[in-house]
Structures are given as structure tokens and as C-alpha cells.
Design a protein around this ligand. Structure first.
Ligand SMILES: [Zn+2]
Length: 315
């Protein structure tokens, strides 16, 4: 295994800095799998999971995991927005750009264009590519696979993660400068894994993602050996476009809920309450109009009219 430099950068009034990545396993051809996290510098779950995965796979190559064998090259970039991560900022601090709006990038361009270009150079040749994200600061998402305009092989492969939900979305016709759009031009199979919320680290989501990635590595034959996870398998539920219902606030107040993401709700079930922040009076009881899987819920209590309260995946 090797730690390699993705990009070396200089800055006007500080020492140089690098974005590094792991190149793990044998082989001269292209990597079989490429994993990316931390395009957004405040999404810590993916960064932690990929750094742990790199340590785990490195341990495999050194014989520290008896019975396991890594058969193909895997490249892992745990922290793309290296400066944003130091200050828990989503965007690149120097110019406040979103690195996931800079693809395919440009080798001779501005800093974030060069970062995007370098990320593509390393990840593009891989057969399987995975980009990890969290929801924003105010909203928690279930650990799940997100597919954008997938092909049939991607639909089939997405089940190998063993995560409780695979959710299809249409590609955004406005934001065509994401890594996902850029990866599509290379072929292969592309996945987004999303879990938890930004600004902090949720260990239960991290554990889930780690198990999912190891399961995928094993089921695609990249990692050989007895199953690493001893956890019982959960059913995978597949939701296509049109099977997502959004609950949006029609009044303001303090939104309070103790529901966990990943639970099944029935139409008419309570999702939470909205209270008046001054006199504490209950202003509304928020109920779901549909039955389904609660795939996301608001964690920020300050609620304005029009804010997203929850997402429910319907059957
Ligand atoms: Zn993100």
C-alpha cells in the first residue's frame, strides 16, 4: 500500500499543502474500485469511514486480517476538501467554491478546478466508483445508496451494499458539474452513499457504511475470505423515482421529534410536533400522509414555513 499525493498546492502566506490518497493492493492495471469522501469539508462521516477502510485494507495486505485477501487495487481519497475539513466548512475556504460543482475540472485552472481534475484522473479509470456524502447540517438521512439515472448493472450492484434502502433520483439538469456527472462519461458503475448529517460524526451511521463497503468489496470479489460482518442481513428496499414523499412545513415554530431514521411509518402516524418558541404552546402535530420508510428527518428545531420536515419512501 502506498500513500500518494493527489495534488500539491502552494498558498500565499502559509506552507504548501497536499491532498493525499491511498493506493492499496497489487496490480499494474487500473484500480478496481475508487472511493471519495470529503468533497464537502463538513461531512465527517464519509471521511472517518474511508480513513478506517484504508486502515483496514492496509491491514489485510499486511496479513493482519487472517483469512482475508485483497485481490485488486483500491484507491481511497478520504478527504478531498482538505482545507475545509480543518475548519468544518462545506466549501473550499479560499474562494468559497463547492468542489462538487467544479467537475470535470481543469489541470491549468484555479485551485478547485485543479482539485476536481486530479480527483478524476485517479478515480476515472476504476471499474466501481463510490462518493460518500451526508445530508446538510439541519437534516439527518438514513444510511442508503443513492443512484442517479442508473443503468441496470448499477441497479443490481447497488443491492450488494446491504444497506436498507436504495433510492433512485433523476440527475439534476442544472448541476451538471458534479463528480457523479463526470464519472458517467467513464462508464463502469457509480454509486453515492449518503448517511447522517454534516457538521458532526454519527458513529452508528459510520459503522453501517463501513460494513456496507466491506460487504460490497467481498461480494464483488475484490476482497476474498469469510464474511467480515457477523451482523444479520437486513432486507434491501429499492425505491425508484416518484417513490419519495416530502413533508414540508406550512407553519413556523420549534420542530421537535424523537423519531429515528430508518423506521417504517403508517399514514397518519405522528412525525413530530411544532411548538411556539415563546409560550410553549403546541401549534401543530405533524402527521405523515403516506405509509413508508422514514429516510430523512429534520434535526434543526428552528422551523420556517416551507422548510423540509421529513422524507418518506413509499412502496
Ligand atoms: Zn456532500
Amino acid at each position: 500500500m502506498a500513500q500518494r499525493i493527489l495534488l500539491h498546492m502552494t498558498a500565499p502566506l502559509r506552507e504548501d499543502f497536499d491532498i493525499s490518497y491511498h493506493d492499496i493492493g497489487e496490480g499494474f492495471g487500473p484500480p478496481r474500485m475508487a472511493l471519495v469522501a470529503g468533497l464537502h469539508g463538513n461531512e465527517l462521516n464519509g471521511v472517518f469511514v474511508l480513513s478506517r477502510l484504508a486502515a483496514f485494507l492496509t491491514g489485510v495486505t499486511r496479513g493482519l486480517q487472517p483469512g482475508l485477501q485483497l485481490c485488486h487495487r483500491v484507491v481511497i481519497i478520504p478527504a478531498v476538501n482538505i482545507l475545509g475539513l480543518n475548519t468544518c466548512q462545506r466549501h473550499w475556504p479560499f474562494d468559497n467554491t463547492d468542489i462538487n460543482r467544479m467537475f470535470p475540472g481543469y489541470a491549468a485552472g484555479e485551485t478547485t478546478q485543479r482539485i476536481a481534475h486530479a480527483v478524476l484522473e485517479v478515480t476515472g479509470p476504476a471499474q466501481y466508483r463510490i462518493d460518500l456524502h451526508s445530508a446538510h447540517l439541519d437534516f439527518e438521512e438514513l444510511s442508503h445508496v443513492r443512484l442517479y439515472d442508473p443503468n441496470e448493472p448499477e441497479r443490481d450492484l447497488s443491492r450488494l451494499f446491504g444497506l436498507p434502502a436504495v433510492i433512485e433520483r433523476r440527475t439534476n439538469s442544472v448541476f451538471t458539474t458534479t463528480i457523479g456527472h463526470a464519472w458517467k462519461t467513464y462508464g463502469g458503475a457509480n454509486f453515492v452513499l449518503r448517511a447522517g448529517y454534516a457538521g458532526n460524526l454519527q458513529l452508528s451511521h459510520c459503522e453501517r457504511l463501513f460494513q456496507a463497503l466491506v460487504a460490497f468489496l467481498q461480494r464483488t470479489g475484490i476482497l476474498l475470505g469469510p464474511p467480515v460482518s457477523q451482523e444479520p442481513e437486513e432486507d434491501v428496499h429499492y425505491f425508484t423515482v416518484g417513490q419519495t414523499t416530502r413533508l414540508v412545513a406550512d407553519l413556523a415554530g420549534l420542530f421537535i421529534s424523537n423519531l429515528e431514521v430508518g423506521r417504517w411509518v403508517q399514514a397518519g402516524d405522528r412525525i413530530g410536533h411544532v411548538y411556539d418558541g415563546f409560550d410553549g404552546e403546541q401549534r401543530a402535530e405533524i402527521k405523515t400522509p403516506v405509509s413508508g420508510l422514514l429516510s430523512g428527518i429534520r434535526r434543526q428545531p428552528l422551523l420556517f414555513e416551507g422548510d423540509l420536515i421529513a422524507r418518506i419512501q413509499t412502496r
